[in-house]
Design a protein around this ligand. Sequence first.
Ligand code: PEP
Length: 265
Amino acid sequence: MSSAPVHSQLGSVRRPIVAANWKMHTTPTEARDLAVKISEAITDAPGVELVICPPAISLYNVRKALDSTIGVGAQNIYWKDAGPFTGEISAAMLVGVCEYAIIGHSERRQHFGETDEAVHLKVRAALTHGLTPIVCVGETLAQREAGQTNDLIAYQVRGALHGISPEELSSVVMAYEPVWAIGTGIAASGDDANAVALRIRSVLESIGGSDAAQAVRIQYGGSVTAANAAEFLSQAEIDGALVGGASLKPLEFAAIVQAAAARIV
Ligand code: PEP
C-alpha cells in the first residue's frame, strides 16, 4: 500500500480552521441544501480554512455541491482499507470524496467504545491516505472536578499520536472538546480552553519536537456560538473551532467563521 503525501504544515503560520460537525442530522437533500446555504452565508473569510462534516451518506453530495475552497470531512473512519467490517467506511474509500476526518469524537468514545488505540489506528489510516485528521480530546466533568484534566489530555494526545513523524504531526488538527461542554450550552471559559490548548501543545512537543508542535492547529469545541466564538478565537493557543449545533444554522455558523477571520491580522 503506498502512502499519500502528508499535508505538512512545518514552517507555516497557523491558519485558522473552523469545522462544522453536523453529527447525525440532515437527510442527503437537506445536507446538500445546508452546505450551499453555508457557502452563501460566508462571504468574506478568505484566510479561514473551512470544513463541513456531514453524515457519511451525504459526503459525496456535499462535496459535489461545494467548490474546492471549502473542505469536506468524515465524522469517523475505519482503519482497515477493506474487508469484512460490515457498516464501516475506510479512509481509503474516502480518497477523492473528502479531505478531512474527525477522529475520536467523545460521542464515538462514549457510545461506540472507541479506545485510544482505535483512535491511533484511525489517525494512522487517515495520514496514510492523505486525509487531514481532526483529533478530538477532552475530559468529562468528573475528571475535571477531580483535577485530572491535564493528565487525561496528555494520555489521550499521546495515545492518539505516538510514533508519528514530526512532518505528519504538523498536519494534524487537534480539537479540545471538554465532554461536559458538548451540546450542553455550557462552554468552557476562553482562559480555561487556552490553558488546555497550551497543555496539548506541550505534549505535542514531547512527541514531535517544537517546530511540529508550533505548526499544529488546535480548535476549541463545545457549545461554541456566534455570541461566544470570539472569546475562544482571540486566545493565543486556539486556532479555530469545531462546531456542532450552531453549524446547522448558516448565519450563526458564518458569524463564528467571521470571528476566526478576525484572528488574521
Ligand atoms: C461537537 O459535536 O463537536 C460539538 C462541539 O458540539 P456542540 O457545538 O453542539 O457543543
